[in-house]
Design a protein around this ligand. Structure first.
Ligand code: FAD
Length: 449
């Protein structure tokens, strides 16, 4: 390949691909165009920066631009926006400081990520109304909280960003209310887990307004209230976290196909409908290991892993990007909640399963050992095949036990196989029967009925 490997977007997907491609093939020219100034940053850490658990925003940067350029020999160009792609001519058009130029590529990766969804709320442009997607937004929220010392905060959306920000702002001494249109928070985590989280949020002083649609925001220069259909609730700062949309416009305009989820369609190597054009991360689809269908899971490991695989492929060693189980974990004050696979019974039926589920509470250590707490485990399987479909867990410790079920999903295990896994046991860590094994035992019994 004479022309360089060109990467659009300098975060998880893009920089993983750049680093891996250079490591595998140091002779390959790799150019990364990033429209902003931040690269290789952990967006996941931003709520903890606002909370005060991370001192400096710079601490969230894994590898600096200088390190990429000097130590990894990546031609990283920040402040460069790719404004169009010509997949027939194999060039991208780049804009920087008002100038434009065309850059030929041998292979290209689209790693443009996703953006926060902004519903057409009145008053979105008021001071103190934020979304949280970029490092600059995290910085702006922090500055606003410091300068205005808000007494009350409204969070629109009870997803994981909303829940993490509820904790962050409560920790800053602010009274927090969450407004959620659906009857529950953390919708992908299932009802049982959400209920435990919601009780805990209320215990921590967070006011929950479920089944409550926000109409907009009111105020003068700065936000003062959240407007509901028939009410107005005071709020000195607002965080809107109602989901993300993949940044696919650049690809779509170039004739690169989108999949059923609206993100960029890719094959098992992350390749689009153009042979030398790849897509990875929050802008792209991945195959769900349970359903076998394209899925859009905008999470960090999916982006890092696909970027790394594509870097290896472009360097000469074709490597699949791997499927997704939609595994996710979130901290809500003193609780951890996690999910994997297909939990929603309606969704399971839609893709042809007959879901059977159990929800159990089991201790994380034997009763005699100090510190045991209950973990609530919901485990779902298909009635006929007994295949494990998904799980959700919540508790004060042990939410990472979800990884056992995620592994079972990747290995296509059935419930009796999950039940018979040889998991580690000693009193300080677990009861003899780990809570996941207990849930599998109970589910196996239900499947026999
Ligand atoms: P992005 O991180 O969105 O990066 C895309 C980059 O492309 C951006 O820097 C953008 O400026 C650049 N770009 C876009 N268009 C162009 C263009 N035309 N030209 C040049 N550059 C362009 N995930 C988890 O797994 N666990 C968590 O706990 C977690 N917490 C999160 C908390 C928050 C508040 C947020 C916002 C996200 C969180 N995530 C979490 C999600 C995770 O951060 C993303 O999945 C990950 O960043 C995706 O990486 P990416 O490279 O695909 O996209």
């Amino acid at each position: 390949m004479d022309d360089p490997f060109v990467i659009v977007g300098g975060d998880a997907a893009g920089m993983s691909a750049a680093s891996k491609a250079k490591r595998e093939n140091p002779d390959l020219d790799v150019i990364v165009f990033e429209k902003g100034e931040w690269v290789s940053y952990a967006a996941c850490g931003m709520p903890y920066y606002v909370k005060g658990a991370v001192d400096d925003l710079e601490d969230l940067v894994a590898v600096t631009p200088e390190e990429f350029r000097e130590e990894r020999d990546v031609d990283l160009r920040t402040g460069h926006e790719v404004v169009s792609i010509d997949p027939e001519a194999k060039t991208v058009t780049v804009e920087t400081d008002g100038d434009r130029f065309d850059q030929p590529y041998g292979a290209m990766l689209i790693g443009t990520g996703a953006r926060a969804v902004e519903p057409p709320f009145d008053g979105f442009d008021l001071g103190g109304v934020f979304t949280l997607r970029s490092m600059d937004e995290a910085d702006a929220i922090e500055d606003y909280v410091d300068a205005h010392e808000p007494a009350s905060a409204a969070i629109v959306g009870g997803g994981y960003v909303g829940v993490e920000m509820a904790e962050a702002l409560t920790e800053r001494g602010i009274d927090v209310s969450i407004f959620e249109m659906l009857p529950q928070t953390l919708q992908p985590f299932g009802k049982e887990t959400a209920r435990v989280v919601e009780d805990h949020l209320r215990d921590q002083g967070v006011e929950l307004h479920l089944e409550t649609a926000v109409q907009g925001f009111a105020g003068g220069e700065h936000v003062e209230a959240v407007e509901l259909e028939d009410d107005s609730v005071p709020a000195d700062v607002v965080i809107v976290g109602v989901g993300v949309a993949p940044n696919v416009e650049l690809a779509a305009e170039a004739g690169i196909e989108l999949g059923p989820t609206g993100a960029i369609a890719t094959d098992e190597y992350g390749r689009t409908n153009y042979d030398d054009v790849y897509a990875a991360g929050d802008c792209a689809e991945a195959t769900n290991v349970v359903t076998g269908e394209p899925d859009h899971v905008p999470l960090a490991l999916t982006a890092n892993r696909a970027g790394r695989a594509i870097g290896t492929t472009v360097a000469g060693d074709p490597t699949p990007t791997g499927g997704t189980a939609g595994t996710a974990i979130v901290k809500a004050f003193d609780l951890g909640a996690a999910r994997t696979g297909v939990i929603d019974p309606d969704l399971a039926r839609e893709v042809g399963f007959d879901p059977v589920s159990v929800t159990i509470e089991a201790p994380t250590r034997p009763h005699y050992y100090p510190g045991a707490t209950d973990l609530t485990v919901t485990l779902v399987a298909d009635r006929e095949s007994e295949r494990v479909l998904g799980a959700s867990v919540v508790g004060r410790e042990g939410a990472k036990r979800i990884d056992t079920v995620a592994t079972a999903l990747h290995a296509d295990l059935i419930v009796p196989e999950l039940q018979n896994l040889d998991l580690a046991y000693a009193p300080p860590f677990s009861p003899v029967w780990d809570p996941i094994l207990t849930a599998a035992k109970v589910l196996a019994g239900k499947l026999e009925d």
